[in-house]
Ligand binder design. Structure first.
Ligand code: PMP
Length: 370
């Protein structure tokens, strides 16, 4: 049997496995930080309309620069953050994963390094690997907050070309304040200078304001966002960034021509027309997230403060550790995420009924283990 390792594949890919959470068919799936609300029917109808319009021109390539979409994304950012950005500040791609990949293609690559403060979103390291960028695992405090002093030290010592700051951080839910980003930005500029990427995939769920205004006067700072979470459109695959126009010019050097299909652009534009309804769901999810924190604490769990649409909880240091609890929840029809953080699991805020099912299952599991 021929396997991957028998192929003339790049050495650093040998023995690796692809990223991906288990996609199991269980009643309550709270493992991939999806938005539990299906798109509202009027939006579904509007998507059908806009896609039909786009379909009439599918013999042509799409707008390569996605100008209308970038303009609407800029309006959305301006309206929700109070910081004015224009079309030239915004770039869009197929999910923020592709945005991050394009950034690493342009600013990382062979002979270059990127750093993230772990545990964090594991795709940062994987996208680094895929683009031939060496990865540096930076530290965090024991309570998962970013350790600014230690971060500055490792940046000064290792002089990475790219610095990832994930806020709110996946899988811990931890957000950082503007002063922290500024401290890391200054350290990164003094060391090299390097590109600082603030991954705000969960920005809309935060108790804190967006870090977007920090791009002002800082051409080496990028904020990356997605429609997968707040817009409830993970299936759409639409991510975007906001930065100095020069960064947008730089990613255009590596993007594939016509990377965003006309269907994707039409669908995203339709979703942006329904921003207010979708942001209403975000408010409900924030309340559910806060309820999960409160109820898990009431059960005696150790819960990490969350600014995202998910909650990290533990500690499960007994026999089998967190994975045994993950399994016990799955046996009760509830799928959460084991990110490999010792003693901890992550649950996505779902509908009130899904969250009730999760909380009931947790009570039963804890009772059984006592
Ligand atoms: N950044 C973070 C922190 C994430 O958790 C995710 C999705 N899990 C992404 C980026 C990528 O999201 P997408 O490609 O769907 O925009």
């Amino acid at each position: 049997m021929t396997g991957i390792d028998d192929l003339p594949i790049r050495d650093e890919l040998r023995g690796q496995s692809p990223y991906g959470a288990p996609q199991l068919d269980v009643p309550v799936r709270l493992n991939t930080n999806e938005n539990p609300h299906p798109l509202p029917e009027p939006l579904v109808a509007r998507i059908a309309e806009r896609v039909a319009e786009a379909a009439r021109n599918l013999n042509r390539y799409p707008d390569r620069d996605a100008v209308e979409l970038r303009t609407e994304l800029a309006r959305y950012l301006t309206r929700t953050t109070g910081y004015e950005v224009g079309t030239a500040n915004v770039w869009a791609a197929n999910g923020s994963n592709e945005v991050l990949q394009q950034l690493l293609q342009a600013f990382g690559g062979p002979g270059r390094t990127a750093i993230g403060f772990e545990p964090s979103y594991s795709m940062h390291a994987l996208i680094a690997r895929g683009t031939g960028t060496a990865w540096i695992s930076g530290p965090r405090h024991e309570d998962f907050r970013l350790d600014v002093a230690a971060a500055r030290e490792v940046i000064a010592e290792r002089r990475p070309h790219v610095v990832f700051v994930c806020s709110p951080n996946n899988p811990t839910g931890t957000a950082v304040d503007a002063d922290t980003v500024l401290a890391l930005y200054e350290a990164a500029q003094a060391a090299r200078p390097s590109l600082v990427i603030v991954d705000e995939a969960y920005g809309e769920f935060s108790h804190r304001p967006s870090l977007l205004p920090l791009i002002d006067g800082r051409p080496n700072l990028v904020v990356s966002r997605t429609m997968s979470k707040a817009f409830g459109a993970a299936g759409l695959r639409l991510g975007y960034l906001a930065a100095h126009p020069a960064v947008v010019d730089a990613v255009q050097l590596v993007r594939l021509p016509y990377h965003l299909s006309a269907v994707t652009q039409a669908t995203a534009l339709a979703a942006l027309e329904h921003t207010d309804t979708l942001l209403g769901y975000v408010e409900q999810l924030k309340a559910e997230r806060d309820r999960l924190v409160t109820e898990l604490r009431a059960m005696g769990c150790e819960v990490t403060e969350s600014d995202a649409n998910f909650v990290q909880f533990g500690r499960f240091d007994g026999e089998g550790g967190a994975h045994a609890v993950w399994r016990a929840l799955l046996d009760r029809g509830v799928l959460v995420r084991d990110n490999g953080v010792p003693g901890r699991l992550r649950v996505t805020a779902g509908t009130p009924a899904e969250n009730d099912a999760f909380l009931d299952a947790m009570r039963a599991v804890l009772k059984e283990n006592n």
